[in-house]
Structure formats: C-alpha cells, structure tokens
Design a protein around this ligand. Structure first.
Ligand code: ZN
Length: 168
C-alpha cells in the first residue's frame, strides 16, 4: 500500500490493519481474520475493545503479540439482569427460533438498536439475553499488524475506516 509509512508504529488516528485470532480461556477459537482481509480500524477512536486497542499501541508493521484481555477491558461482565422473557407471539409464527441465535431489534421507546440472543425457548415464551455473547469472557488474542497508514480527515470525522470499494 503506497500510503504506508516506513518505521511507523501504531498511534492514535492511524488506520491499523490487524490480523487476529481470538480464543476463549479453554482454547476455543471464536473469531479469526484468517482466510479473509485483516480488520481495519482507527486507533484511538474506540472502534475496538479498550484492552486490545491499548495493547496494540506502539506495534510496528509485522509485529506479532499475544494479548490477554480481562472482561472489564473487553465486553464487560455478564449482567444477570440483562435477560428478558417475551411472549412467543411477539415473533412472526413462521420465524424459526433456535437457542443461541442472534436477533436484531429496536427498543420501542428509544428507537435504539439492540442485539439479543435466544437463551431459552419455552412453550409460550422466549428468553432473550441482551448481554454481549463474549461478556464475562477473558479474551486471548494473537495479533499481527499487517499494515499502517494515517487516517484521512474524512475518516477521522466519521470515526471509521473507508475502504477502497466505497465510502459511507
Ligand atoms: Zn464514513
């Protein structure tokens, strides 16, 4: 990439392309960039979890690192109050609900977008879990900085990376 800066290390307002593999405490791989493009994000904008952003700061292109992120610096602790039981007929009858499936919904009062997971299915109701699926987990990352460049003014004002395929 022609915009790459020789000798640069990860600092605020830089676009970082990060190869990563995420494992849980027991070694299970829950996410990886292997086989696809690295994750591109702007350092210092809160685009990624705080514990990972902090650990990547100062790395150079080609550097690799193991990073352990505690829940408080990851997706937070699981909140036992973040469960809600809703009537089965709140969902279309033809919709097949399975345990663990993710649902996107909108808060009726605030219009805020919410992600929930089906935690249980009962005869007439569905138990939804509004915790992030990785809440309460200690995260084990293997990361490698694949590329670095300065973010454009437009990217900084939007707070996210624009790819070559198009801007938004
Ligand atoms: Zn944008």
């Amino acid at each position: 990439m022609d915009s790459q800066i020789a000798g640069a290390t990860v600092a605020d307002d830089m676009v970082v392309s990060l190869e990563y593999t995420l494992r849980l405490e027991d070694g299970e791989i829950v996410d990886t960039s292997e086989g696809r493009d690295p994750l591109a994000y702007i350092q210092g904008q809160g685009n990624i979890i705080p514990g990972l952003e902090k650990a990547v700061a100062g790395m150079a292109v080609g550097d690799e690192k193991d990073v352990v992120v505690e829940p408080a610096n990851g997706y937070g602790e699981a909140d036992p109050d973040a469960y809600q039981e809703v009537p089965r007929n709140a969902f279309p009858s033809e919709m097949e609900l399975t345990r663990g499936m993710g649902l996107s919904m909108r808060d009726r009062d605030t219009g805020e977008a919410l992600e929930a997971y089906v935690a249980g299915i009962r005869e007439d109701s569905v138990l939804l879990d509004f915790n992030h699926p990785l809440a309460g987990e200690t995260l084990h990352f293997r990361v490698k900085v694949a590329d670095l460049r300065s973010a454009s003014d437009e990217e900084l004002s939007h707070g996210h990376v624009h790819t070559e395929e198009g801007v938004d």
